[in-house]
Write a protein that binds this ligand. Structure first.
Ligand SMILES: [Zn+2]
Length: 247
């Protein structure tokens, strides 16, 4: 499609509840937080589900891991507050050792049936590497794969995971899935008004970014790159899946 025909997308007003599923406490802030802040300002309810609490950290800022998990959980709550996210669900899996297991799929199905989102946001499980610089983290791929499988078919199918019915969790049909980091993307959210909020939310992860002097430049660079595809100054890019239009 010629670039001149591309426009940023606005979520339908009927899509009120959004659940963002990620492997690590700062994944959303690196990738989708401008959109999250925008959706919050539009009055939608956004929740985060963090599969690990980031106990592995980074070697640069967190050479020791004692006390890291509660610190990162606190940083996650602060970032969520900055973004206007209403709820943070922590699953407590081990950072760095995730696989797309049935147990993880069941846990994410439970979260979806409880939260009952119209939209689920996750990353792209099919991307093994980006460019020539970044090998996509196996935790990212594992969570994205399990999340998509939880959306379909597990969340909406009564006979799958009957133990969840016993918990009182009825099936739930997700309407749209927004996949961040998809190659190629096909939908863009204008984050011109919320890029600064995204940067502030990432800087809340002090254990990971330190003083974060590089945060604004990095996120702005990505936003400018993605904005060029949608005819706006700053954007975040996704692949949009429409599973059900609600009719
Ligand atoms: Zn990560």
């Amino acid at each position: 499609m010629p670039r001149a025909d591309r426009k940023p997308h606005t979520l339908a007003a009927s899509l009120r509840r959004i659940l963002c599923v990620s492997a690590h406490p700062d994944d959303n802030e690196f990738t989708v937080a401008g959109s999250v802040a925008r959706w919050g300002r539009e009055g939608r309810d956004v929740a985060f589900c963090l599969v690990t609490s980031g106990g592995a950290g980074t070697n640069e800022h967190t050479p020791r891991s004692e006390g890291l998990i509660p610190r990162r959980e606190q940083e996650s709550r602060e970032a969520a507050r900055i973004l206007g996210v209403k709820d943070v669900v922590l699953l407590g899996y081990t950072d760095g050792a995730l696989e797309p297991t049935l147990a993880l799929r069941r846990d994410l199905t439970r979260v979806i049936r409880r939260c009952r989102p119209d939209v689920v946001v996750c990353s792209d499980p099919t991307v093994r590497y980006y460019g020539n610089e970044y090998l996509n983290h196996p935790d990212h791929r594992a969570v994205a794969s399990a999340a998509l499988d939880a959306v379909f078919p597990s969340s909406e199918t009564r006979a799958i995971f009957p133990e969840l019915l016993a918990e009182g969790l009825e099936p739930h049909k997700v309407k749209e899935v927004w996949i961040s980091g998809a190659l190629p993307p096909d939908s863009w959210i204008d984050i011109g008004d919320t890029l600064a909020t995204e940067c502030a939310s990432l800087k809340a992860h002090v254990s990971q970014v330190g003083k974060g002097e590089w945060v604004d430049g990095l996120l702005r660079g990505w936003a400018v790159r993605d904005g060029k595809h949608a005819g706006v100054e700053h954007a975040e890019a996704f692949r949009r899946m429409v599973l059900w239009d609600g009719k």
